[in-house]
Design a binder for this molecule. Structure first.
Ligand code: CA
Ligand code: CA
Ligand code: ZN
Length: 367
């Protein structure tokens, strides 16, 4: 069943008052014959399969391909949604979505698209989601098809966009649609709409809060609110979800946020510095046992007589290197989601003169 809601665009000053647009809203995901899986807000998906568990920390960014040049979408059933093969149930039968008409947004197509993509990236900058305008050659990716109008929908309902609502982001290869040729409200609302539909494919429902990307009405500007907001139950939500904190949901559904670090200190370093930084792992203590599927915080103090260039965490489980999630003075904090079993990490710090120190491995356990 597809749920759609009619909404007004009264809050967008430049829109004709007669426009009656909505976000179409599918529900459920392919392969979920028994319905939604309930994901308690307090847990990191404890019901995931062993395969998914192995993927838990290694998980690469959720890739989102923004398609602007038109797509032939092959209709299929059972809530199919697969970007790699262009198969989707959202439009009903097989249909061709025309290319994005950029002309209402600006003369220079490349510039319009670049502006749009930059705005979408900004909205997702705190999350482990990457946007590309080139179709990936392999691997899982979500596709958001930008173009066409709501006549493509079987219902012929006037909607601005429509996507599967994928609770838990169980499907990393969804297809969402933004019918950008039907409305030309400016690049910013279009960016919010693309971000909104991407949000549905990542497991977000509508919220009843103006200014939020997942607000039930299309409005701009908008951001993802960092607080629990009431969801719009009538539009379809993941079971058991009365409130939705987009930051928590996206962190859970797309993995560890993109980690950032304080910019490297570019102070000129006297050539007299031949000593690597001193590193003190403050917590956790070696051999600490944590619950499985939890978020761990690794806190270190790093000092150097000149200046530091980089401080990194090496997660030996998969060999990944991560920059600090946050830092303050000489303290660095790394936060990451961890699955199950024994883990080891090292801290690598390099000063501006290129001297590097690596700590011995610290063992911790998740069981
Ligand atoms: Ca998905
Ligand atoms: Ca030094
Ligand atoms: Zn929506």
């Amino acid at each position: 069943m597809r749920l759609a809601l009619l909404v007004s665009l009264a809050a967008i000053a430049c829109s004709p008052a007669t426009l009656d647009l909505s976000h179409g809203h599918g529900e459920n995901a392919p392969g979920l014959q028994t319905g939604y899986e309930v994901t308690p807000a307090s847990a990191y998906d404890p019901a995931q399969t062993a395969t998914a568990a192995a993927d838990y920390e290694a998980r690469a960014a959720q890739l989102v391909y923004l398609s602007f040049d038109g797509e032939k979408i092959i209709g299929c059933s059972n809530h199919c949604s697969d970007a790699a093969t262009n198969r989707s149930w959202v439009l009903g039968e097989t249909k061709s979505v025309p290319a994005f008409d950029h002309t209402p947004y600006g003369k220079d197509r490349a510039a319009v698209i670049a502006d749009l993509v930059a705005r979408v990236r900004t909205l997702y900058q705190a999350f482990n989601v990457e946007f590309t305008t080139t179709r990936p050659r392999s691997g899982a990716y979500t596709m958001i098809v930008v173009g066409g109008d709501s006549a493509l929908m079987t219902s012929k309902q006037k909607v601005v966009s429509s996507s599967p609502a994928d609770c838990g982001n169980k499907n990393r290869s969804d297809i969402g649609f933004v019918f950008a040729n039907a409305f030309a409200l400016g690049v910013d609302p279009l960016a919010v709409n693309v971000a909104h539909e991407t949000g549905h494919t990542l497991g977000l429902a509508h919220v009843d809060r103006a200014g939020d990307v997942m607000y039930k009405y299309l409005q701009a500007p908008a951001t993802f609110s960092a607080e629990a907001l009431p969801v719009v139950a009538a539009d379809g939500v993941c079971p058991g979800t009365a409130m939705q904190n987009a930051l928590e949901v996206l962190r859970r559904n797309v993995g560890v946020p993109l980690l950032t670090s304080a910019p490297a200190d570019t102070t000129v370093v006297p050539k007299t510095d031949f000593d690597p930084p001193a590193i003190d792992v403050l917590s956790p203590m070696p051999n600490t046992v944590f619950p499985q599927y939890t978020e761990v915080s690794i806190d270190v103090a790093v000092a150097d007589q000149s200046s530091l260039a980089t401080v990194e965490l090496v997660w030996l489980w998969n060999g990944s290197r991560k920059l600090a999630t946050s830092s303050s003075g000489n303290r660095y904090q790394f936060r990451l989601l961890v699955g199950q079993g024994e883990r080891q990490f090292q801290i690598v710090a390099r000063d501006a003169a290129g001297n590097e120190r690596t700590t011995p491995a610290t063992f911790i356990y998740f069981e």
